[in-house]
Design a binder for this molecule. Structure first.
Ligand SMILES: Nc1nc2c(ncn2[C@@H]2O[C@H](COP(=O)(O)OP(=O)(O)O)[C@@H](O)[C@H]2O)c(=O)[nH]1
Ligand SMILES: [Mg+2]
Length: 199
């Protein structure tokens, strides 16, 4: 959490996970559908992507969503490919909450494992404790998905709030995001005037 020069409060949310689990697709859906998220007023900035020519996230995606004009969620995705380890660590700095995006395809299990192990290495014991995290089990529509139980057990994610999602259709994305946003707001209640009006 940080306050900017005009007194607005910023929370940083990072979508973390293997490439191509669906991080960019999830954030784009939120950006395009944010009108339906909040009971109060909001404004949104642009959507910034730094892609390589094949459309994979090269550095990060970013958008800022302002609620009630004084609370802003700065949302980032990380580049999921293994060689971008350093960029991921930079994007994680100052994070208030994480959405860990899992690719449900059976063949992606090793990549999902690599991603969660790296995240645990980057964040340490704070993960899920001081630093809230929710899990998106994405791509539930693929032909060969692992079950929810298999994924959570294999990845050691049983204790986190979990949502089954299909980012390409926007299924489950709002619930995952607002669940994390609420948890972040609850942690910072003393800083906020009327957080209950937002979601
Ligand atoms: N079938 C299916 N495809 C998805 C889903 N979410 C994302 N994709 C596709 O997976 C690819 C990678 O998505 P992207 O959001 O760029 O992944 P990222 O690397 O995690 O940012 C794209 O072709 C998306 O259209 C999903 O829920 N189901
Ligand atoms: Mg991406």
């Amino acid at each position: 959490m940080k306050k900017d020069a005009t007194g607005r409060i910023h929370f940083k949310i990072v979508f973390y996970g293997a490439s191509p689990a669906g991080k960019t697709t999830s954030l784009k859906w939120i950006y395009e559908n944010i009108e339906n998220f909040t009971k109060g007023s909001f404004t949104k900035g642009g959507f910034t992507s730094v892609d390589d020519p094949s459309g994979l996230t090269l550095y990060f995606d970013y958008t800022s969503l302002a609620f009630e004009s004084n609370v802003i969620f700065d949302c980032y995705t990380v580049a999921g490919q293994k060689r971008h380890k350093h960029q991921r660590n930079v994007v994680l700095k100052g994070t208030d909450g994480i959405i860990f995006v899992v690719d449900s395809s059976r063949v992606m299990l090793p990549d999902n494992l690599h991603a969660i192990q790296e995240l645990r290495g980057n964040i340490g014991a704070k993960l899920g404790n001081d630093l809230p995290m929710v899990v998106q089990l994405n791509k539930r529509d693929v032909p060969d998905p692992l079950t929810k139980k298999e994924l959570l057990t294999e990845l050691g994610l049983e204790k986190y709030p979990t949502y089954e999602t299909i980012a390409t259709k926007g299924i489950g994305i709002k619930r995952a995001f607002t669940s994390l946003a609420r948890e972040i707001l609850a942690k910072n209640l003393s800083e906020l005037e009327n957080p209950q009006r937002m979601f």
